[in-house]
Design a protein around this ligand. Structure first.
Ligand SMILES: NC(=O)c1ccc[n+]([C@@H]2O[C@H](COP(=O)([O-])OP(=O)(O)OC[C@H]3O[C@@H](n4cnc5c(N)ncnc54)[C@H](OP(=O)(O)O)[C@@H]3O)[C@@H](O)[C@H]2O)c1
Length: 284
């Protein structure tokens, strides 16, 4: 097996389809041992088999959990720590869009729980191992949808006025704020943290939690998007490019480093979000 990631271990959440699957495949092709995060056993086995078939990677495995549940995230992190002694690349990729307001097992608004709190809690639970495995990289999959959004600190669960796009935008801004604060807290540890927008990618993202008629429209709209394989390139660049050695606290959009929204650089908001996330995930 050749490739510049031989000897490295990577964990990709939401790796059974779309961008996450192709990120895991790309890392395996570069020689990394890859662990896929999954919520469905059949899809997990199918993804592992496909990656083994399409790469020469000897070590491809999966871990199961519903990452919208904080107990699920804890169980996922514990299983990882039980089975693996190294983590060089963590790609927080799991995500979904919810047209109508739903509550997670913990009673949190689903988008915030899955798209942000899972990134936060999983990273915190694996932080010591990442530092011990340094050099290591954390890659947070955000979106251009973070622009024009804000964190509703007075009502983060959006109990008063819910909109699917409002919730999604809030969660994706949280990804960027979290990344910058995380990078700051990890300075001088050998662990970097960067965020990205993958591009407009033809995946199941907009079709899974909406009614069938809207799903059909979204699906048609997504036909204009890039392939999931191309959509994984920015995640792969951040996770593995030798050119990004030591680069931290940056935002990339479709392959290029760009500035994220003005509000995403608000340090006070990032610290406030960190405190809130610690409280909600029970880390405090
Ligand atoms: N597609 C785009 O144009 C686009 C643009 C900007 C940002 N993004 C971001 O890219 C990331 C990946 O999205 P995608 O477009 O590749 O969508 P996707 O194909 O729907 O992939 C989402 C992944 O997350 C998994 N997942 C969903 N809910 C879960 C849960 N509760 N517990 C555990 N796993 C769960 C899915 O598992 P199943 O296979 O079992 O459903 C799937 O593997 C997301 O963070 C999204 O916000 C996408």
């Amino acid at each position: 097996m050749s490739g510049h990631l031989v000897g490295k271990t990577a964990l990709v959440t939401g790796a059974t389809s779309g961008i996450g699957f192709h990120t895991a495949l790309g890392l395996a092709r570069e020689g990394a041992d890859v662990i896929l995060g999954a919520r469905d056993e059949v899809r997990a086995r199918r993804a592992v088999m496909a990656i083994k078939r399409e790469s020469e990677a000897p070590h491809v495995d999966y871990l199961m959990a519903d990452l919208s549940s904080m107990a699920g995230v804890r169980q996922f992190a514990e299983a990882y720590l039980d089975r693996h002694s190294r983590l060089n690349i963590l790609v927080n990729n799991v995500g979904a869009f919810f047209l109508t307001r739903r509550l997670s097992e913990d009673g949190f608004e689903m988008t915030f729980a899955l798209n942000h709190l899972s990134y936060f809690l999983l990273t915190e639970l694996l932080r010591d191992l990442l530092i011990a495995s340094a050099p290591a990289r954390i890659v947070n999959v955000s979106s251009e949808a973070h622009r024009g959004s804000r964190i509703h600190f007075d009502d983060p669960q959006l109990t008063r006025r819910y909109g699917g796009l409002t919730a999604y935008g809030q969660s994706k801004l949280a990804n960027v704020l979290f990344t910058y604060e995380l990078a700051h807290r990890l300075l001088d540890t050998g662990v970097t943290a960067n965020a990205l927008h993958p591009g407009f990618v033809r995946t199941g993202l907009g079709t899974k939690n909406v009614n069938p008629i809207l799903a059909a429209f979204v699906w048609l709209g997504f036909l204009g998007g890039m392939s999931p394989e191309n959509g994984a390139q920015t995640s792969l660049h951040l996770a593995s490019s030798p050119k990004l050695e030591g680069i931290t606290s940056k935002y990339f959009s479709t392959g290029k480093q760009v500035r994220s929204s003005r509000g995403s650089y608000n340090k006070a908001a990032a610290e406030r979000l960190w405190d809130l996330s610690e409280e909600l995930t029970g880390l405090r």
